[in-house]
Design a protein around this ligand. Structure first.
Ligand SMILES: C[S@@+](CC[C@H](N)C(=O)[O-])C[C@H]1O[C@@H](n2cnc3c(N)ncnc32)[C@H](O)[C@@H]1O
Length: 392
């Protein structure tokens, strides 16, 4: 028997169903349809508008995205009348008010800077990686020391371990259960990460600049029905539409990209192809001295450059971390795409302000691996200086 004031079980299931449809439509950017579902919920149980700030918040975001600013404000105020301290609602209200302050005009879209990407540089990278992969099937994934050949099982194990580290973060920050989600991997190489990712995610897509690498990936993952690989243009994710993935990842790649514009373009592209609330994890070596890379040694990425490159994008930073035991100072960054116009604080968006934490990434991956990789040698080297926060 239901208690007085409680929603009876059948009706509750219906509302949960409506909410999940509304939420998925909002995430997919279909705000008008999503709004219909939020409104159905509220018509059914009007008091939910007061009791469930999340429903009301998402409804207000849809209204705002559709340019219905007055109604968005009304919605957010009804929530605040009952929960005056709800931080998400307070931020949204102040954002709506700042829009209204500009006489009801909607915020002009920031000029999207045309990215200058030298095709010569990209083609040079493609030649380099095609050449390296033709010399040795797995040898240039986690470079081997001279004369070494990867033990296939050990190779697979390093992929599993990196994916464990990714999953820790996806589970912490993501909203969609990986087994129901799609993930895109940029710079998939021969499928070392894609294979274990395919055991966790519903669909895995991998792109790489090198056709040779993609060919090996297809062979390496041939037993898996849920993985698709393709060769890309080396700087964009143009074959994927906006808001189509829940997760995106790239590891072991940016430290090799010599052109900083290409790296920044990939980060912007990753945000574009993610659904709101989707997660992008990327890693790079934070010890680089030169702004321009050479050969397979990537350009230096700094917090200042990231701030400038992403200033007009919809995201919040969830993690900037470094593994204290890692001599090459790999930096792992996790971003979450926000809904269009969703308010964020300066600290959530600024790489220069966001607090760096310590978290494992490289340590433990190669410790008991017998095949000698360059990582083994690097671990004996002294700690390199972290240049990520350099300002010049
Ligand atoms: C060291 S491998 C790492 C592969 C994979 N992420 C892993 O860790 O197993 C670097 C990969 O990045 C790819 N790559 C390099 N530059 C690229 C670019 N501009 N666009 C896409 N892929 C690129 C290379 O072809 C290569 O497969």
């Amino acid at each position: 028997m239901n208690q007085p004031g409680m929603i009876e079980t059948g009706r509750k299931d219906r509302i949960v169903g409506l909410y999940s449809q509304a939420h998925n439509l909002a995430i997919g950017g279909d705000y008008a349809q999503a709004l219909e579902f939020y409104d159905k919920i509220i018509a059914d149980v009007p008091r939910l508008i007061f009791e469930t700030p999340r429903i009301n918040y998402e409804r207000a975001l849809c209204l705002k995205a559709l340019g219905r600013i007055e109604q968005a404000e009304q919605a957010i105020r009804s929530c605040l009348s009952v929960r005056p301290d709800d931080p998400e609602s307070l931020r949204l209200l102040s954002n709506i008010q700042s829009i209204k302050g500009r006489h009801g005009e909607t915020r002009p879209r920031a000029e999207v800077q045309a990215v200058k990407i030298g095709t010569e540089k990209v083609e040079e990278m493609r030649r380099e990686w095609n050449y390296l992969s033709s010399k040795s099937r797995l040898g240039f994934i986690s470079h081997l020391q001279d004369g070494e050949v990867w033990d296939d099982l050990e190779f697979h194990l390093t992929g599993i371990r990196f994916v464990e580290r990714m999953m820790e973060r996806f589970e912490e920050y993501g909203r969609v259960e990986p087994s129901r989600a799609s993930i895109l991997e940029v710079g998939c190489g021969v499928g070392r990460m894609a294979k274990p990712l395919a055991c966790r995610f519903r669909h895995v897509f991998g792109v790489d600049i090198s056709a040779n690498m993609v060919e090996v990936s297809r062979e390496y993952c041939s037993s898996l029905p849920n993985v698709v690989f393709s060769v890309n243009d080396g700087f964009s994710l143009g074959e994927f539409s906006d808001s189509s993935f829940e997760y995106c990842v790239t590891a072991g790649v940016f430290q090799h990209i010599t052109d900083l514009n290409v790296i920044m373009n990939y980060i912007r592209e990753a945000i574009r192809i993610l659904k709101p609330e989707g997660i992008f994890l990327f890693q790079f070596e934070g010890n680089r001295e030169n702004a321009v890379g050479h050969g397979t040694c990537g350009a230096r990425i700094t917090a200042k450059v990231l701030d400038a490159a992403l200033k007009d994008r919809a995201y919040r930073i969830r993690e900037v971390s470094i593994d204290p035991a890692d001599p090459v100072r790999n930096v792992v960054i996790v971003l979450q795409k926000t809904f269009p116009g969703e308010p964020t604080t300066e600290t959530e968006r600024s790489f220069q302000l966001f607090r760096m934490s310590e978290r494992r990434w490289l340590s433990g991956v190669y410790d008991d691996i017998k095949t000698k990789t360059r990582c083994h040698r690097r671990f004996k080297e002294p700690q390199k200086r972290l240049t990520f926060y350099d300002c010049e």
